[in-house]
Write a protein that binds this ligand. Structure first.
Ligand SMILES: [Fe+2]
Length: 275
């Protein structure tokens, strides 16, 4: 069995800073790692699907880098940017360390890359990480450059089994707050994916809740935040109280291979009390 841990919306800040929910992102990160180890002793990889840090500051990425030292050594870590991230400080801290954190095949300005995970029945299972960040915007974007890259990657690996990772949701949830921050170029994404049967999962974050949907029949799995949940009815109004009575969490994705079958993914959600 191959499996990887997905953390999302870690919202790491400078040391001694606290999120508006009262949570310290770094503490919650470490709690999630400890919980994950209790649920499953080891993982083949770790994915953090955006909002790596809370406001894109270089010191926050330095703090994230220090936290990654707490992860088991030798396990590749795949990073994806969210709307709270910023490319320049991210690159400043992680350039030169990108290879050691599992990033390869980087695409120009955007943090888009593919990474082969393992082989199954002679086919490569490959992660394809997209960059839906648009600076100073909360909604997600995939401009023509990014969409073209994805279309080219899908054509480049026609026999691989693909896992597509993006921070923003490519579908509506019914949450007014998050539907206002959904991926904008959903039609272009659908056009790119349509007709390709080798995309087996889309993995997202952003929503701070566990959620499942589908896109052209492809399961879309949304990982909760390791820091804090958002109430489903919360609209983000200035005078609206933010009352969180649901746990933070993470996801574990397992590729189960049964003799005589092609094998496939099972995704588990694990919840934990706020840090
Ligand atoms: Fe977030």
């Amino acid at each position: 069995m191959y499996s990887f841990l997905q953390l999302s919306d870690t919202h790491i800040q400078e040391p001694d800073r606290t999120l508006k929910t009262g949570v310290v992102g770094a503490d919650a990160f470490l709690c999630a790692i400890e919980k994950a180890k209790r649920v499953q002793p080891s993982f083949d990889a770790i994915l953090i699907s955006g909002d790596l840090v809370d406001s894109g500051g270089e010191a926050q990425y330095q703090e994230l880098l220090a936290l990654l030292e707490h992860l088991p050594s030798g396990v590749p870590v795949f990073l994806c940017l969210g709307n709270h991230d910023a490319r320049t400080p991210f690159r400043k801290v992680f350039t030169g360390r990108l290879q050691s954190t599992g990033l390869s095949d980087l695409h120009s300005h955007f943090l888009q890359y593919t990474a082969p995970l393992f082989q199954s029945d002679g086919r490569t299972v490959r992660m394809v990480v997209m960059d839906t960040l648009e600076p100073r915007r909360d909604e997600g974007h995939l401009c023509a450059d990014r969409i073209d890259w994805l279309c080219e990657v899908i054509k480049r690996y026609p026999h691989d089994r693909l896992l597509l990772v993006m921070h923003h949701l490519p579908f509506l949830t019914g949450s007014a707050l998050f539907d206002a921050m959904v991926l904008q170029e959903r039609d272009a994404l659908l056009d790119c994916l349509r007709g390709h049967s080798n995309i087996e999962r889309v993995l997202c974050g952003h929503f701070h809740r566990a959620c499942v949907a589908d896109l052209l029949g492809i399961p879309v799995i949304v990982c909760p935040s390791s820091a804090h949940a958002y109430p489903l009815q919360y609209q983000g109004g200035a005078k609206e109280p933010l009352v969180i009575d649901e746990p933070a969490g993470f996801a574990i994705h397992r590729f189960i291979h049964e003799a005589g079958s092609a094998g496939g993914w099972t995704s588990h959600f694990v919840f934990q009390a706020a840090a």
